[in-house]
Design a protein around this ligand. Structure first.
Ligand SMILES: [Zn+2]
Length: 482
């Protein structure tokens, strides 16, 4: 987990890992890849092949084939950059030697990769340069490599570049000859299923793991062999530690504090963007097994990752087991409350926001003192199809698994002893935006409450379907503690 350690390696090199797939042949990847599945490439080679195709055109055609067959993106910049320069820019050109050293026997071209370590998984690729041995006799043609006529004994350039671009993307050599990524050039002139599957697998890590919506407040979970591993998430490497992923969305700049605590699990917390660009990590190994991570994040979509180590560090903290995750936030505006759900499975485009403030809207958060005077308010953007309909609003408070519903007198009552239909907080004609104050000027201490955790959920329904309620997936959490 060392930050900013630069590695330098030639392809093919390094650890080779076969990743299971539905294909019988197995592409080879070690897990190093480009962040965001895209890179820029500088292309401005002089000259033209014997068959009359510009080297540039053949190269760009090979780039475009990778782009049309996979989700990887090459952004073409039609300028020259010296591929032997370690300048952070991806260049390609014919060269007389291996950037000062000798080319190996029969070497047609080499891709030089530069890496940068990342918090999890194999190092990212940050530069890839292709050098082409100008002593070789290249031409551009389709079909079998050995031909007669004008291309007799020529080396085919386009498929050579197709192969090198595979290295640029992050593929290693595939021993099976039925791939462009086979170590030796052959009769194949287009990408094969194995090449395409390799790229798709290399860049699909987030699809390998289940991602849960983060709930602010406290949740109980566990890391064990039912979970994703870092190697599965990052597609490569040997880090088989378990990892849980929690997604959350912020609508404004927000201060966050996460605590992962366990008496027995060596806890490691990480923060990343929803594209898995790692932002922060807490790897503290203290007397206990806990991990705490604080951050101030801009509006956006993020992942909190609850992880451990791949090898046991201390005698008392294990690599699997139960943990509690505590999430506290403070923002200057109300937050998003997750995607829309419903009691009976109906779909809606409703959106929900909410916040709890003790300073009349200067700040919103989920952790307060018993003496604070709390305003708990929500805002529902009603599905356009429901606007103008006769309907109702519902508010629930969930305390230790018990669901209380707000009635029209403004009291929370136990829903399980209440008769059908659902208890309504308000009956009304639904407007496009419903501003719904659940509680105002609530001072927990005045009710003798010193410590409590409550999850609030609001929703709405229509009179013509009174059993259906549209609500948000992420509760509005309140923690009161001295
Ligand atoms: Zn190669």
């Amino acid at each position: 987990m060392n930050c900013c350690r630069y590695l330098f390696k030639f392809i093919p090199a390094g650890l080779v890992l076969a990743v299971a797939s539905s294909f019988t042949s197995a592409f080879e990847i070690d897990g190093s890849k480009w962040f965001g599945a895209a890179t820029e490439i500088y292309v401005d080679m002089e000259g033209i092949s014997g068959t009359g195709i510009l080297w540039n055109a053949a190269f760009i055609s090979a780039m475009n084939e990778w782009m049309s067959e996979t989700d990887f993106t090459f952004n073409l910049i039609e300028e020259h950059r010296d591929p032997c320069q370690n300048d952070g820019l991806n260049g390609v050109n014919f060269v007389a030697d291996f950037c000062g050293a000798e080319f190996g026997n029969n070497t047609l071209a080499v891709t030089i990769l530069h890496h940068q370590s990342t918090l999890l998984g194999e190092p990212d690729i940050i530069e890839a340069d292709i050098i082409i041995n100008q002593a070789e006799d290249f031409d551009v043609f389709d079909g079998n490599l050995v031909q007669f006529g004008p291309t007799f004994e020529k080396i085919e350039f386009r498929r050579t570049m197709l192969h090198e671009l595979g290295h640029v993307i992050g593929l290693d050599h595939e021993a099976d000859a039925s791939a462009i990524m086979a170590p030796n050039i052959g009769d194949l002139d287009r990408l094969q299923a194995d090449d395409i599957a390799g790229v798709n697998a290399l860049y699909s890590g987030l699809d390998n793991c289940q991602i849960q919506q983060l709930r602010f407040g406290t949740i109980s979970a566990a890391l064990d062999n039912a979970d994703c591993t870092v190697a599965e998430l990052t597609v490569g490497g040997t880090d088989n530690s378990f990892i849980d992923l929690y997604r959350f969305e912020l609508s404004a700049t927000t201060e966050l504090e996460f605590t992962m605590s366990s008496p027995t699990l060596e806890s490691v917390l990480l923060l990343a963007t929803d594209q898995l660009d790692f932002l922060d990590v807490d790897t503290t190994i203290d007397a206990d097994c806990n991990s705490t991570l604080s951050a101030t994040l801009q509006a956006g979509s993020y992942l909190l990752l609850a992880n451990t180590y791949d090898e046991q560090i201390g005698p008392d903290c294990q690599l699997s087991g139960a943990y509690q995750l505590n999430a506290v936030y403070l923002s200057d505006s109300p937050g998003l409350l997750g995607s829309s759900g419903s009691l009976l499975g109906g779909m809606s485009a409703a959106q929900f926001q909410g916040g709890i403030t003790a300073d009349n809207g200067l700040s919103y958060g989920n952790k307060f003192k018993p003496e604070d005077s709390l305003d708990i308010s929500t805002s529902i953007t009603v599905d356009p199809n429901h606007v103008g309909e006769a309907g109702f609003l519902v508010a629930a408070a969930i305390i230790d698994g018990v669901v209380l519903l707000l009635n029209e007198q403004g009291n929370f009552v136990d829903s399980w002893v209440a008769p059908d239909p659902i208890i309504r907080a308000v009956s009304k004609t639904l407007q496009a935006t419903e501003t719904f104050a659940i509680l105002t000027d609530l001072v927990p201490a005045s009710f003798g409450i010193d410590t409590i955790v409550v999850d609030f959920v609001v929703g709405y329904g229509l009179d013509n379907a009174p059993g259906e309620v549209y609500f948000h997936q992420s509760p509005l959490n309140l923690i009161v503690a001295p």
